[in-house]
Ligand binder design. Structure first.
Ligand SMILES: O=C(O)c1ccccc1NCC(=O)[C@H](O)[C@H](O)COP(=O)(O)O
Length: 201
């Protein structure tokens, strides 16, 4: 089970996610209480070992802004949460590409490596009627996941991975190392599909 912890803003958050065994950590560059700037993101990304994927999260931002933040922060993956066109995905060869969507879409149509099925409004901690996209490709489940419900969500939908933000916070935008540890532990123990590196077939 691939586990991404999103919306990290402090060195303690990052260290907790890495120590817990997260496979990816996300830095939000879109308007959000979890927004980080390029310098902080670069500092935080530098703490992350190469085995853990660093993800820059964007929503409805101009391509030049995205490009500049990706380059300056050094993140290795780019996650789009709006209706960004294919040209946005094509602008980042060599990066892992994550396409987030609030509905089941044609996986691969944008050239993405991973599809992230999320609530209609991201990062709000709202659980939706979780369902699988109905194809054999790699996808991540997100939206209102917590240490208390992630096992049930995984059992119901059998994703390749999961993504969390609000469910590991003690207040909006403030992560809890203990909740991060509990979430990663529970998700890893849940019965998902076998882990392989994102981008591989
Ligand atoms: O987290 C945000 O505030 C955010 C803002 C704008 C675009 C994306 C955002 N988050 C993306 C994520 O990957 C979240 O982890 C995902 O939506 C799940 O969030 P949650 O339901 O709070 O666990």
């Amino acid at each position: 089970m691939f586990v991404k912890v999103c919306g990290l803003r402090t060195a303690e958050d990052v260290d907790a996610a890495v120590a817990a065994g997260a496979d990816a950590v996300g830095f939000v560059f879109a308007p959000s209480p979890r927004l980080v700037g390029q310098d902080l993101a670069r500092e935080l990304a530098a703490r992350v070992p190469a085995s853990v994927l660093t993800v820059g999260v964007f929503r409805r931002q101009p391509l030049e802004e995205v490009r500049s933040l990706v380059e300056a922060s050094g993140v290795r993956a780019v996650q789009f949460h709006g209706d960004e066109p294919r040209s946005f995905y094509e602008a980042f060869p060599g990066h892992v590409l994550i396409r987030a969507s609030g509905e089941v879409v044609d996986h691969g149509a944008m050239g993405e490596d991973l599809l992230l099925l999320d609530a209609p409004v991201p990062g709000e901690g709202v659980a939706w009627e979780w369902k699988a996209p109905g194809h054999g490709r790699k996808w991540l489940l997100a939206g209102g996941l917590t240490p208390g419900n992630v096992a049930e969500a995984v059992r119901a939908t059998r994703p390749w991975g999961v993504d969390v933000s609000s469910g590991v916070e003690i207040s909006r935008g403030v992560k809890s190392p203990d909740l991060i540890r509990r979430f990663v532990e529970t998700a890893k123990a849940a019965q998902g599909v076998p882990w392989t590196r994102p981008g591989d077939a």
